[in-house]
Ligand binder design. Structure first.
Ligand code: ATP
Ligand code: MG
Length: 307
């Protein structure tokens, strides 16, 4: 059954609704971050969702927060708990929220998407072919499509409003947006987190070609904090290590069925599209597989442990 946006009335006011998540105000310091089953492809949200996708996104994120915090001891994240706040009534809905909700610290989010690329693909590949540069940085000559870069690069973009497209910007432009004081920390953390995750995922059989982080500011301590979802199939390009081949485009781990089906049926970029059952199921299977590969456990077992 598709997940429906919960309404808690005044107990937990809805403060924002993004492409995938609903954010509810818990108190002055925390938010309930609820991942729905909505899915987008080519920047358009499908009419129907992929059952359990929100669980996969939230629990992969929680897994990474735990792992990263062990590997990078001075890393701060917005993660508080996977428990539901007491303001959520204990009914059928609360059971459905378990695992897809995360209590997080409410922070001022820096207005850049901190993108890190370990492999050259997508918009970076298009730019490289035209100019030899990516986000204004010169790249080595003779790179092939999907090739691993000698070192991961930081290629920030703006955070566009709903319905708008993010724009790639230079590191200098990003520094103007977030303030010189925080820019270097955001860049350094992004690269460090990417490298840590890349090595872990590769061992398990997934190539994280690139990914997007968001950071917030803890105004009390003046620290840069990792926020939002991290290293999920929605915020990253995951490729299967077993089928990776340099010199060509790679199948995205999760959305390939959906994108292929949209293209084949002339629906690419169209609004209001409903996915047929087989596309939903194939996509769902991929999200579950990513979960299993990255966390080493089935979603079912992980959910049981939460109860
Ligand atoms: P965007 O394009 O702005 O990322 P989105 O459609 O991806 O939006 P969702 O992922 O659905 O948005 O919702 C998450 C929203 O919550 C994002 O706008 C993100 O910047 C914001 N956010 C993430 N972590 C925090 C936090 N700790 N405090 C406040 N806002 C946060
Ligand atoms: Mg988002």
């Amino acid at each position: 059954m598709a997940f429906v946006r919960p309404d808690f009335g005044d107990a937990l006011p809805l403060v924002a609704s993004g492409k995938v998540r609903e954010l509810y105000d818990v108190d002055s310091k925390s938010l309930l971050f609820v991942a729905s089953d909505r899915i987008s492809a080519y920047d358009v949200i499908m009419q129907n969702g992929v059952p359990d996708k929100g669980l996969v996104l939230t629990l992969i994120t929680a897994h990474w927060f735990q792992y990263l915090q062990k590997q990078i001891p001075n890393l701060k994240t917005h993660f508080l708990s996977l428990d539901l706040p007491s303001a959520v009534p204990k009914d059928q809905m609360s059971r459905r929220l378990k695992g897809r909700s995360m209590l997080v610290r409410k922070l001022k989010v820096f207005p850049v998407e901190a993108i890190v690329r370990g492999y050259i693909t997508g918009s970076a590949w298009s730019s490289y072919k035209k100019t030899g540069e990516v986000n204004g940085k010169e790249m080595p000559e003779g790179l092939q499509e999907s090739q691993e870069l000698p070192e991961p690069i930081y290629t920030p973009s703006t955070k566009a409003e709903l319905g708008q497209h993010d724009e790639n910007i230079s590191t200098e432009q990003a520094a103007k947006l977030v303030g010189e004081k925080y820019a270097k920390r955001i860049e350094d953390l992004s690269i460090q987190i990417y490298k840590t995750a890349r090595d872990y995922a590769k061992e398990q059989g997934i190539i994280i070609a690139d990914t997007k982080f968001e950071f917030g500011l803890d105004e009390e301590t003046d620290e840069v904090v990792l926020v939002d979802e991290v290293l999920t199939p929605d915020s990253s390009r995951f490729w299967a290590k077993s089928t990776y081949k340099v010199g060509q485009g790679q199948d995205s781990f999760d959305k390939q069925f959906l994108r292929d089906w949209l293209t084949k049926n002339g629906l690419k970029g169209k609004e209001g599209v409903s996915m047929p059952e087989d596309v939903v199921e194939a996509t769902r299977a991929k999200y579950l597989e990513a979960f299993k590969i990255l966390t080493g456990k089935s979603l079912e077992d992980t959910l049981k442990e939460l109860k």
